[in-house]
Design a protein. Structure first.
Lengths: 137, 370
């Protein structure tokens, strides 16, 4: 679900539609946008505090076979929440292997690539500071 | 006192129409898109998210466009929007130890595990205007890359000092923190509440408070033990699932300061800490927050209250919020006709009384008046 939550706008829906026609479903909870309070910890490890909120869109649906899919995704794109919930539901059916290869694997690869690209740029800015010996010492 | 006034609807509509026209500016110049603001004015977007206290880059970019670049007005728009959102829940505290660092520097150790990573910084630039940016040109060449290994966790600097017992620890604790957005700020404010207020406080105000500690008002000798900027995953327990899932990823700036030590008869001297954590790439704010956090901890650390503004929680916390401040400040330009009318009456009456007394005195002692 983490991959679905972090995917770029429209990406999950695109991959899902490329994998085949969408199954019929009923809404259990239509997509709604709200917020989640994000917490940090004092000193990075200590007592929690409320840092601020982020926008989140959630929904829940049930396929005709009765399988329930949930989505909680960052941002406000309702179509993405719907696609994410469908993927979540399909992953619990006999189509799981197909969805894994056609939706989740590409998302995983793209996320890894994005992360690696930033990490590689960061690594290129890694420095060694030299403390110079001062003349008068 | 407020009284309702009627009228002026047409003038207000016309003023807003003119505002929209001025916002757009010269139509021969292409219009800014939300994506352009989000991508190319990212640090403004970050500030609006941090002080608006809502992480959503597209909304912050929209607010900046709507406010014509007035960031406090943009923060106001975000705060107002935030209040319309239902709250789904609270995340687990973010694990900054697992941050994918774009930047990570320490001013206290030059050789440290994980290394000094400069990241996309203004540091070491010459602060000379770059006229190449004024000419529309091609995109800059891609930044050099090094290695293709998966990013590894970068350990916190304070962890090294902890191993030797040289710095106070921040033991994990799961006390639910108070929430400023649910309960009004009350004093004495515990540290969790202070950190929330500082994280959403005005950058300029928090910066000035921090600077005052450096200049000697509650000096606490801060070193930037560590400054890190990068992405962290946000996890939340989902009740209908019964377990926690990642619901997104946000960029944060975290600053840990290492400050002058305290010690007592029972405790050997050790360094103390200040903490800053802010949405987005916002390092000036995060460093400022850490310094002010440390100054406000004087009581728990057994330091003297020197009367410095940065030690005064009431002063800092009640004046850090730029939306509260601007609301109260700007309301004085709204109609106060009745208030002012009564003041006017009062001044006239006082003047009349003074004049009457002077006239009466002059009538009694005609020679004194000459």
């Amino acid at each position: 679900m983490g991959l679905l939550a972090q995917a770029e706008t429209g990406r999950v829906a695109d991959l899902l539609d490329q994998s085949g026609p969408r199954p019929e479903f009923q809404w259990l909870r239509r997509p709604e946008t709200g917020s989640v309070m994000v917490q940090g910890r004092a000193g990075g490890t200590g007592a929690p505090f409320n840092l601020g909120e982020m926008t989140v869109t959630r929904c829940a649906l049930t396929l005709d076979c009765g399988t329930i899919g949930h989505a909680y995704i960052q941002g406000r794109t309702k179509a993405d929440a719907e696609a994410a919930a469908l993927v979540d539901a399909l992953m619990q059916t006999d189509q799981a292997a197909d969805i894994q290869t056609s939706v989740l694997d590409p998302l995983h690869a793209e996320a890894d690539q994005r992360r690696a690209a930033r990490a590689a740029r960061a690594a290129a800015t890694k420095v060694d500071f030299f403390t110079l010996v001062r003349g008068e010492d | 006192m407020y009284v309702a006034v009627k009228g002026g609807e047409r003038a207000i509509d016309n003023a807003h129409a003119w505002l929209a026209e001025e916002r757009r500016g010269d139509t021969d110049v292409p219009e800014l898109s939300i994506a352009q603001i989000r991508e190319q004015l990212a640090l403004s977007v970050n500030r609006v998210m941090a002080e608006g206290s809502l992480y959503d880059p597209d909304l912050a970019a929209l607010a900046i466009k709507q406010s014509r670049g007035d960031l406090i007005e943009a923060i106001f728009l975000i705060r107002a929007y935030r209040t319309t959102l239902p709250r789904f829940g609270t995340s687990r505290p973010v694990a900054t130890a697992h941050m994918a660092c774009d930047r990570r520097i320490s001013a206290t150790f030059k050789d440290l595990p994980g290394g000094q990573i400069l990241g996309p910084t203004f540091d070491y630039t010459h602060r000379l205007l770059d006229f190449k940016l004024a000419a529309e040109g091609d995109a800059p060449p891609p930044a050099p890359q090094k290695g293709d290994a998966a990013p590894a966790d970068v350990p916190h600097v304070t962890g090294f000092l902890n191993q030797e017992g040289l710095i106070e620890e921040a033991p994990a604790d799961d006390t639910p923190p108070p929430d400023l957005t649910r309960e009004p700020l009350e004093l004495p404010a515990e540290r969790a509440l202070r950190l929330q207020a500082l994280a959403r406080g005005d950058e300029g105000f928090v910066l000035s408070m921090a600077y005052s500690t450096q200049r000697g008002y509650a000096r606490n000798h801060a070193f930037v033990g560590e400054l890190r900027i990068g992405a962290v995953a946000v996890e939340m327990d989902i009740p209908e699932l019964g377990f926690a899932v990642e619901i997104g990823e946000i960029t944060l700036t975290e600053c840990e300061t290492v400050n002058q030590f305290t010690g007592s008869k029972t405790q050997p001297p050790q360094f103390t800490r200040g903490y800053g954590l802010v949405f987005g790439q916002t390092e000036r704010k995060a460093i400022s927050m850490a310094l002010v956090d440390r100054a406000l901890r004087w009581e728990e650390l057994g330091e003297d209250y020197t009367g410095a503004p940065a030690q005064d929680a009431e002063f800092v916390l009640y004046h850090a919020d730029n939306i509260q401040a601007t609301g109260f400040l700007e309301h004085i330009k709204l109609p106060h006709y009745v208030d002012f009318q009564s003041e006017l009456e009062l001044v006239r009456k006082l003047r009349r009384d003074v004049q009457d007394r002077a006239d009466a005195a002059a009538a009694q002692h005609p020679e004194a008046a000459e």
